[in-house]
Design a protein around this ligand. Structure first.
Ligand code: GLA
Ligand code: GLA
Length: 677
């Protein structure tokens, strides 16, 4: 693929390097320490606009020249960033029309980064000029290995509601719909008599007295993605005039809801992602694994780059926990196991100033006589040993459906229950699969599903007709589909599919829902096997004992229309009616779950049953704290427990420890073993 690999050999190791915050003596120590740790790539210049263009049109590259020359002398490559996420203070003052306006109409202030309107023509012109100057100067600098455009598009200024943005939105709508009648039809504007007479009457979805047209909201989300992609393309294409090195920008999968990364992926030469551990979670490494699998999937299965993570605590969570011993290593190697060809951090040296002075770094405030520095040096050795995994692919038999448009639409106001959250169900199913040691890909519902034995759709509220058809054909051809409640409800305009829910999936699932019965907060319902004691008219089923599965959040009245009941509700508003169903269709099967199952007896058990039915292979008998991933010829075993674990059936060479494994491998408590099989 174009632009890959970015370095001549091995995995890239390093981080954001902001030497402009330090005197020059410190730079010399920096490069000495980079060599000590085995750093090969650093991201330079991310927030340098005000330093390289201190006055409009007046460039000063002396400092950046010296930094890049120094890196080159030290044998460290640069991922050279365009500085456009942090416009200079003069820019704001000179071009007040470029200021960011929030949904409530507040003009957001300066003294910060990301404070600009993505649709501003003044921002476009100024950013293009500085990028051209930067690219012209450094296109052939020997330290530069790749370009890093901007920083985290859509993180802090995803949506702007200023008059310029409003005009750009109207132009976008004209382009999408051609005539206003088509817009009225798509948004269903006969509702509340909100029919538009012309595009000029459309306003962005600013704060309104009550519920806004959801079609308007959805299209504004789409428009905003395009506004940022337009900014990216402008910079990328400017760089291309001078350089053919790979160009990327750092995504924030999955923690930047407004950016549709299926759309973004087509724009970059190599997908790069930033991921930070959510230390409030009980098992944050499972969300990390999900982020890595989703990033790899967004990259189309190709190797990707972990552009930022942290050596220890971040500074922006309510309670910023330090990583536990070995946790940074496990985190990094989990990303590598799941397809990353780099391990980069924010940032190289901890800042003394500003908002991020309490954020961890590779060189912490404590210096080199510190827990973190010793781990950073050791990680460098691990990554050198793992050079041979570069470029290898991860394959999966199971796919999970992920669609950002469904994420947005599900979480608009006025839904049947506030507990319906897109990530809630995706994460529940992902965790069950992770604990079953099943590696998954993520897919858009319109993707080619033929490589997968099982496709899981935990949260597909918005599903276009064509995507539903794709799922239907997949099942008929022998695929297995597992769907959770409140999926297939609306089309791409957030309009309910005609007839009983789940309209788009009724045929493939063989069920029709008569009524939704959302549960109260903390209310649960019990499930049982059909035919178990107490089930109406049944003789009772002896094998249906064991802990009863319970459901939260949702119950509904399911009518069978081709499917059979696999579980039924034992109590609650739908007692005696189907809770889990299976529809054998063509050569495959489609399962439907109409409540929020969790945990070992509920979701784990059901997922295991469906995996078996679909013939998905996986190791058995391992603790569910062991992460097991195969990347090419390498088996990664990451032990998240405080006790060692022995894995049978492992033969090959230990890449990190040099051990020879013959039939089994013991992974130390909190440790990682990688075996070339
Ligand atoms: C109010 C309004 C109706 C409708 C209902 C919904 O009563 O008058 O138009 O919105 O609320 O509960
Ligand atoms: C993001 C940004 C970095 C830094 C880190 C802190 O990833 O890209 O500049 O602010 O967050 O966690």
């Amino acid at each position: 693929m174009p632009g890959y690999p970015v370095l001549p050999e091995g995995l890239a190791y390093g981080g954001d390097y902001n030497p402009e915050q330090w005197p020059e003596e410190v730079w010399r120590e920096d490069v000495r320490l980079m060599r000590e740790a085995g750093v090969t790539l650093v991201t330079v210049g991310v927030f340098n606009w005000g330093l390289i263009e201190p006055r409009e049109g007046d460039y000063d590259f002396t400092r950046l020249d010296r930094i890049l020359d120094l890196l080159h002398t030290a044998g460290v490559y640069a991922d050279l960033a365009t500085p456009t996420s942090s416009p200079p203070t003069w820019f704001r003052r000179r071009y007040p029309g470029s200021r960011l306006v929030d949904r409530d109409g507040h003009v957001l202030g300066g003294g910060s980064r990301h404070s600009f309107c993505p649709s501003s023509p003044d921002y476009a012109a100024a950013s293009e000029r500085v990028v051209a100057a930067l690219a012209a100067r450094y296109a052939r600098h020997p330290a530069v290995a790749m370009w890093h455009v901007h920083n985290e598009y859509g993180w802090a200024n995803a949506h702007c509601y200023c008059p310029t943005s409003a005009e750009a939105f109207r132009a976008w709508l004209r382009d999408r719909y051609g005539d206003v009648g088509a817009l009225n039809a798509a948004w269903g504007t006969t509702f509340w008599g909100l029919t538009y007479g012309s595009f000029d009457e459309v306003e962005p979805p600013v704060a309104a007295p009550v519920g806004l047209l959801t079609g308007l909201q959805l299209d504004f989300m789409r428009f905003s993605v395009d506004a940022h992609i337009t900014c990216f393309r402008r910079e990328r294409d400017t760089i291309r005039r001078f350089s053919d090195l790979p160009v990327t920008t750092n995504f924030m999968i999955p923690n930047c809801k407004p950016m549709d990364y299926w759309r973004w992926a087509a724009e970059v030469d190599v997908v790069a992602n930033d991921h930070y551990l959510d230390s409030a979670r009980a098992d944050p490494h499972i969300e990390l694994a999900m982020a890595a699998d989703l990033t790899r999937s967004v990259a189309g299965g190709r190797p990707w780059m972990l552009m930022e993570h942290s050596t220890g605590a971040v500074n922006w969570q309510p309670r910023n926990l330090a990583k536990r011993p070995g946790e940074m290593r496990r985190n990094t190697l989990a990303h590598v196991a799941r397809g990353s060809d780099s391990a980069m951090f924010f940032q190289w040296r901890a800042s003394r100033y500003g908002a991020e002075k309490f954020h961890s770094a590779m060189v912490p405030h404590a210096g080199t006589d510190s827990l973190i520095w010793r781990d950073v040096v050791a990680l460098g050795a691990d990554l050198r040993a793992l050079a041979e995994v570069r470029g290898a692919r991860v394959t999966a038999e199971v796919a999970v459906v992920w669609d950002w448009e469904s994420y947005w639409a599900l979480e608009f106001e006025w839904r049947p229950s506030a507990d319906l959250r897109f990530r809630e169900r995706i994460e529940a199913y992902y965790e069950a699969l992770w604990r079953e040691h099943v590696t998954v890909d993520f897919v858009h519902p319109s993707a080619d599903l033929s490589p997968y034995r099982l496709v899981v759709a935990p949260s597909s509220y918005l599903l276009a007709e064509a995507s539903a058809k794709n799922l239907h054909l997949y099942v008929e051809a022998g695929g297995h589909l597992l769907v959770s409640y409140f999926s297939g409800i609306v089309d791409e305009n957030d309009t309910i599919h005609p007839g009983p829910c789940p309209g788009a999936l009724r045929d493939v699932l063989g069920v029709a829902v008569e009524e939704f019965h959302p549960l109260r907060e903390h209310e649960t319902v019990t499930l049982r096997s059909p035919g178990s004691p107490g089930s109406p008219g049944s003789p009772g089923s002896p094998e249906a004992s064991g802990p009863a599965a319970t459901g939260r959040i949702w119950s509904e009245r399911v009518r069978l229309a081709g499917a059979g009941a696999v579980r039924e509700f034992a109590d609650g508003p739908d007692a005696g009616h189907p809770a889990v169903t299976r529809h054998d269709l063509g050569a495959g099967s489609a399962w439907y779950v109409s409540t929020a199952l969790d945990g070992e007896s509920g979701l784990r058990g059901l997922v295991a049953e469906v995996l078996d039915h679909a013939g998905v292979s996986r190791p058995r008998g391992l603790p569910d704290t062991l992460e097991l991933v195969r990347r090419g010829d390498h088996l990664f075993l990451i032990n998240h427990a405080d006790t060692p674990v022995t894995v049978d059936g492992v033969t090959g060479a230990g890449v990190l420890d040099g051990a020879a494994y013959d039939g089994s491998a013991t992974v130390p408590a909190g440790g990682v073993v990688v075996v070339r099989t």
